[in-house]
Design a protein around this ligand. Sequence first.
Ligand SMILES: Cc1cc2nc3c(=O)[nH]c(=O)nc-3n(C[C@H](O)[C@H](O)[C@H](O)COP(=O)(O)O)c2cc1C
Length: 399
Amino acid sequence: MFLPSAVRLSRGVRGGVRGGVRRVHASSVLLEGRLNDMTPEDPAFMKRFGGAGAALPDFVEKWSPEMFRRCGVAGGVAASGALAAFGPSVPTLVGLGAVGAYWAIGLKDLAQERQALRRNFPVLCHLRYLAESVRPEIRQYFVESDMEAAPFSREHRSVAYQRAKGASDTLPLGTRRNVYEPGYEWANHSMWPTAVPEENTRVAMGDARNGCTQPYSAALLNVSGMSYGALSSNAVLALNHGAKLGGFYHNTGEGGISRFHREPGGDVVWNIGTGYFGCRTADGAFCEKMFADNARLPQVKMIEIKLSQGAKPAHGGLLPKEKITPEIAEARGLFGAALTQDCNSPACHSAFGNPCVRSPARAPWLVLSRLLLLTHSLTHSLTHSLTHSLTHSLTHSLL
Ligand SMILES: Cc1cc2nc3c(=O)[nH]c(=O)nc-3n(C[C@H](O)[C@H](O)[C@H](O)COP(=O)(O)O)c2cc1C
């Protein structure tokens, strides 16, 4: 009994919010009609509701190249008529200009062959593009809730901005969060508080009993690897300064140890990836001497060997030569011809292979073992943390 209406509706609806509104409207109309014991075919139904889809005239559906031409001709006649009747004035000239722009845009839409929407809905489709262009802002400023966005909600971001500006970040009296919702987590006061020993708040890396001459006590939260180059000098300076103030470490990311990592004096974990930045020869191979020199820097507390490119699997990363500044070249150990070429972080290491994929050209793992032994034997001692590297980066299993 309701099928014809439903079919007509779904054909008429092009999807999106407007379609959703029509569907909802139509179903509530049908429901109300049903409650009143009427069918859409009843004259009383038509009189009462004016047809299921009558609320929103679907002029978009009726729009076509032919309709565009007709409207253009009508607009042209109206604008020329107004000009003839009232003479040149701001309104008549603006009208004429609008009709000219309408034709120019529409004919361009019809002539192009890349976008079906522009060919089928000349001029009108630009309203959609306009709406789409402001959609993110409308969502962000009007629609999105303060706690919705991931990974950082507006509320989290506001706290960060307020603290950065030294403004108050606390709101007295209650919370706007739903503390009864499943999954809500909180810390309760303990009825029997105890003192938390310092060692419980740090993680010991390296053990003197196993020959580590300079074990490192790492904080639980540290700065994850983000290379200089991906981050600006000011960002690196700020992070390292924060690491110094907070007593945690700052992972360099694979872009080498820049002067900005060293200046503030915070602890550094040197991340070495496939590009061997900071320990590479001119042709991009691993350089033992540079490795030893940088590994001995007092600030370098641990070395992280990044086994493969987690963020760019199978491709590796590329820093275009135009972006290689003198500071980046210095941090990465690029010199000579390397300065005039794109800087490549290959997909895999050239100094060692995967034991599962045995290559006669390389002695698998020999170089890695050498690298680790070298790390281990350095006087500064680098509690090289292979485990740490594995958990941090890697996709390629050693097993
Ligand atoms: C700008 C940027 C640069 C990064 N550079 C590196 C890098 O050089 N080496 C690396 O191992 N990870 C790098 N990462 C990955 C981060 O260390 C981290 O693993 C990743 O962002 C996931 O952690 P998160 O969820 O806390 O952001 C980078 C991440 C970002 C956002």
